[in-house]
Each structure stands twice: as C-alpha cells, then as structure tokens.
Design a binder for this molecule. Sequence first.
Ligand code: ARG
Length: 460
Amino acid sequence: MKLWGGRFEEGPSEVFERFSGSLDFDKRLIDVDIRGSIAYASALERVGILTAAEHDELAAAFKAIQKDSQDAAFWQGADEEDVHTLVIRKLKERAGTLADKIHTGRSRNDQVSLDIRLWLREEIDASVKEMLALMAALLDMAKRDATAIVPGYTHTRRAQPVLWPHYLLAYFEMFARDLERFKETRKRVDVMPLGSGAMAGSGFPFDREAIARDLGFASITKNSMDVSGDRDFALDFLHAANLTMLHLSRLAEDWILYSGEEYGWLELGDGVTSGSSIMPQKKNPDSLELIRGKCGGVFGDYSALFLTMKGLPMTYNRDMQEDKPRIFDAADQLRGSLEMARVVVETTRLKPAPPAAAVEESWAVATDLADALARSGVPFHQAHQIVGRLVLESVRDSKRPADWTAEKLAAFDPAFTADMARYVKPAEGIETRELPGGTGPKAVAKALADAGTRLSEMGK
Ligand code: ARG
C-alpha cells in the first residue's frame, strides 16, 4: 500500500523500494505511532471531520492493531515503505474506507516528528533511571572503602594522594551533569508538533493545546516549517548520550588499568570478565572494553546525524529518515552500557594495599611538603625548588619519603622545621585539604553525604 500514487503512472522500481524503505528500523515506533494517531482521531473529532462514533471505531481499531503488533504474524508480509504506512493499511483492513479520514490535515512530516519525540521521551526516562542506579552503585562503593588512599594521576604519573571515595565522587559529578543534560534535552523533546502538516500548518483549526494535553506534552511547537525541518531535539539527545558514553569510557579505561596486574587495585567480578581460549590464566575486562568500544559507535551516530542535517534546505528532506537508525543505535548502546557499568561497579572490589603502597613508593607527597614550607612563610616557588631537590636526591639514592626524618630534613634544608616531617605520610597531606571540593576526610565525608541527598532529589 502507498499513501500516495494518484499522480504516478508507474509504481516505484523494486530497487528504489528496497533502497528507500524504513520499515525495518522504524517499526520500533509502532506503539507511539498508534498512540499519536489515537490522539489525532480525537482532534479530528473536535474539528468535525470524524463523528463521535467514527472516532470510537477508529480508536478501537488502533488499539486492536497495537495488540496484534505484539505477535510476529502481524509483521509477516509487511512490505510498506514505513511504519506509518503499515499502520494505515492495517487500519483499512479493520475500519474500511473510514480509515481514509485519519490522515486529514496530517503529514508524515509532523507525524514522524511526533513519534520520535514520544519515543525519545520514554527512552530518556529509562536512561535517567539507569544513570541513577549507576550513581547509587558508585556511592555504595565509595562508602565501602571510605578511608582508602590511592594515588591521583596527571599525565598517567602519580600526582597526589587522594581518598578513594574522592576519586569515585569525581565520576558521580560527571554523571550528575549528564543527568541534568538529559533533563534539559527532555524539555526540548517534550513539545507537541501535530498540526504542522507537511510544513505550512494544517488546514484544519485544531486545538493543538488539547492534542498536547492528550499526549502529555508540556507545550506545542511554534512554527510549522521548523517542525518539518528540525532534528535538533534528536541531536540534543545524541549529544547527551555522547557525553555520558565519554564518561563511561573514561571510567572503563581507568578500571581496565586499575584491575590489571601492573596496578592490581581492583578485583573485577567473575561475572563481568571472560577468559582466554588459549591462555588459562587470563581474566579479561571485556565488559569494560566493550563499554569503551561502544562509545565509538555512539560518537559516530552523533556525527552521522549532524552531517546528515548540515546544509539541508528547508524544510523536510528524505535525508532526515536517516535519523532513526542513529537515534535507536545510540539509545540502545547507551542504555546497555549504563546497565553494564552498574553491574561492574556493584561487583568490583578495591584491594587497598597496592594503591596505598603505590603512594608510599612514590613522591606523591611532594606537594604536601612544599605546601608545608609555604605555610611557614617560604615563597611557594622557593619551596617548590627545595622539595624538587629533595626528590632529585631521593631518586638518586633510592630513598622513599618515609626514609626522611625531621632531623634529616632539617639537615637537607633548614627551611624544614620539625613539624613538617609528618607530611612524608600521605594521610597527613590529605588532611590539609579540607576545603569544599578537596580530598580531606571531612570534606569527602560531607561530599558523600551530600551526594546521597542530591541523588534522591535527582530521582524525584
Ligand atoms: N519514513 C519517513 C521518515 O522517516 C517518513 C516521512 C516521509 N515524508 C515524506 N515527505 N516522504 O522520514
């Protein structure tokens, strides 16, 4: 069946039909397409195109189609160009010529915008739920090893000691921003486009606010041409998905390293790792590698739609049909990755000794010593020089920070006073960083408690 044809003497070629059909992927929209159509039937009744009885008949037919679509048999032999056409054919089979009225004043251009918006709204809600669960798992992990000290890195070199929960809370903050981004995106998705027609606005005086209310939208779109030509809201979603995947992939990368033999900090659960077909000793972090890997696909989805939209003349162009594979793929990978990351976090255990030893073997406390000198009045650049020389000598003589007593420090440079020797212990320097946002134990305990409160607010 075609929704057009009167103007043509010949039908489409088999090649064109195969090339242009979207049913394979847009069939995922069937539920929202039907829900939108039921609301549209009400709108048609309100403007007098359908009688109340006709409305009821169409609404009942739509509901029956929705039910049928859950069976595989429904899809057998379906060869329509898209899901919208298929639904109308099914409507005709049930309601006969009455079905011919449903598309009055509607175009697939406003219909497809509506469908994607309805679909994305639910998808965003589901992703937000997954994100909240992941964030809760991070907080649980942070509470479990609240006093563990690990090296923080810059340039992949040991930089300064931090509390393990401080590191986990950094990811919590990234995901909190991602969550905000999804909520912002949802606002732009939650706008009702029906009534725009093909691009000039419908020729029927619909109460568009009433359609929006029926479908639970917060507002209506303001320009019919904008509706036909716009996919910003989908790009917003892909952008939000991209940043979340970016954060997930950085977490994955960290933990691939931290769980490997060279770091040895983390034990990943057996359930999220796999073995080797030849090397019996292997326990590979495949779950994390796949999160990192899927990130590439989602970034690609964003670029693909972004470039598809670039330079399209106003308004709708068939190019825009390519939005759906990108949106669906990104949404699937995002949700799958969030769920996988949550299970990894829930089943991973910190082994506190190796990271604590890594801090002690290194000069991660160097800044703490320089800060101590600066607090006693030595200008910071001079303090930096003094500690730099101390590190150089220590590296040459294979001395660790703990090998330096108060006497030895004073002998090395008289600027070191007796009370400064305690900063060779990582925990001492950490305790000087109690300002908000710092890694001091009190600051971190407060941040952790605040994060719990914020998380329950975010879930509302
Ligand atoms: N399958 C099309 C899409 O997803 C529906 C809109 C078709 N509109 C048109 N003017 N040909 O974009």
